[in-house]
Ligand binder design. Structure first.
Ligand SMILES: Cc1ncc(COP(=O)(O)O)c(C=O)c1O
Length: 353
């Protein structure tokens, strides 16, 4: 089966190979070396001097951590799809109050909306932004949004689960306080590891909060990081995998080269869809480089397209939630060859005709 999923995605063979190495103790010098090297490469990748924490969880764990460590009472959540919505739910389920900006699906959060909202609710302590909204294949203008958040002096949480590795993020220059992702997306590593950067301001806020729990306590992670370890047992195989892909990216000439691959894949997919007269769900100018959301053709619903492609050996992604019938999605994260994109497009054409 060729995977064009939105995660977990197909993994690089060299990553899988690396992951079958024998374990060692997470208190050993072998682990400390692996940890230090991986964290340093992540800092370079994200252009940050902030701490990098490696959580033995999926990306949602980092969402919960940001809320528990950095919000006493109230935050603002920018919602342009299912994962922005999840941030609100995570915050509310942790007893926090949530203000929201909501836009119709397929549209981005724009800086002027954010500015207006922040003028009206100055009491919020932090703002969450989904960089790449996987549910609708949309990338938000993160740098401009970050500028607004910083102008208002708020902490900024960025869910970069489906963009970290696939699109530029400059953590320090853009002033991102918590920026996280999951292993099973653009880095093409199996699930089970969340990685994120945490700023000094976020750590300072965490110091002031008592009821943040134990498992995702930023201050505890900071303390153990000084010794290149984690407070609890880390996902060592996934860290081997992440280390391998980061070294591969360095070997390719750096992250810009990796981003070019994403642009090339998404352009090839989007050009191919246009040639079939298929249309996009997401507003032009904000289409994601890692996942494309496509309106179902006239003669078939989105679910049928997904099922038919699967029968022919290509797993796409269903439209998310209520969009299941009217859309389908094509992910291009992880290990994908350009040949396979062409084969998938040829098969899609055959199926919808
Ligand atoms: C944008 C975004 N945020 C959050 C998540 C949740 O990540 P995880 O399943 O790793 O917890 C996903 C998963 O697809 C996502 O795409």
């Amino acid at each position: 089966m060729k995977l064009f999923t939105v995660g977990p995605v197909a993994c690089y063979p060299e990553v899988l190979n690396e992951m079958k190495r024998q374990m060692f103790s997470h208190r050993s010098s072998d682990y400390k070396e692996l940890h230090k090297e991986t964290v340093t490469m992540m800092q370079t990748f994200l252009e940050t001097e902030n701490q990098i924490f490696l959580f033995p969880s999926s990306g949602t764990g980092f969402m919960e951590a940001s809320v528990r460590n950095c919000v006493k009472k109230k935050m603002l959540s920018c919602v342009c799809g299912a994962f922005g919505e999840r941030f609100s739910k995570v915050a509310r389920s942790n007893g926090k109050m949530v203000e929201e900006i909501r836009v119709p699906l397929g549209n981005p959060i724009m800086p002027d909306m954010l500015d207006e909202k922040l003028k009206k609710c100055q009491e919020v302590e932090a703002v969450s932004i989904t960089h790449n909204e996987t549910s609708v294949g949309l990338i938000n203008p993160l740098k401009k949004l970050a500028d607004v958040v910083k102008k208002h002096g708020k902490l900024l949480f960025v869910d970069a689960v489906s963009s970290m590795g696939g699109a530029e993020i400059k953590v320090d220059e853009w002033g991102i306080d918590v920026c996280f992702s999951s292993s099973q997306k653009c880095f093409g590593v199996p699930p089970g590891l969340a990685m994120g950067s945490v700023s000094k301001d976020a750590l300072k806020k965490s110091e002031e909060i008592d009821d943040k729990g134990y498992y995702f306590d930023f201050k505890l992670f900071e303390k153990y990081s000084q010794n290149n370890v984690t407070p609890t047992t880390p996902a060592i195989p996934q860290i081997f995998g992440l280390n391998k892909i980061l070294r591969k990216i360095e070997g390719m000439g750096g992250k810009e080269e990796y981003f070019k691959i994403y642009l090339k894949r998404s352009k090839m997919i989007q050009d191919g869809l246009k040639k079939m007269d298929l249309t996009f769900f997401t507003k032009q100018g904000f289409r994601s480089p890692t996942v494309t959301s496509v309106n179902a053709p006239k003669n078939m619903n989105g679910l049928e397209v997904y099922v038919k492609l699967r029968e022919k050996g290509f797993e796409l992604a269903k439209g998310y939630g209520d969009l299941k019938d009217t859309t389908f999605r094509i992910g291009n994260m992880g290990y994908i060859e350009l040949n396979d994109i062409q084969l998938m497009l040829d098969t899609l054409r055959e199926v919808i005709q």
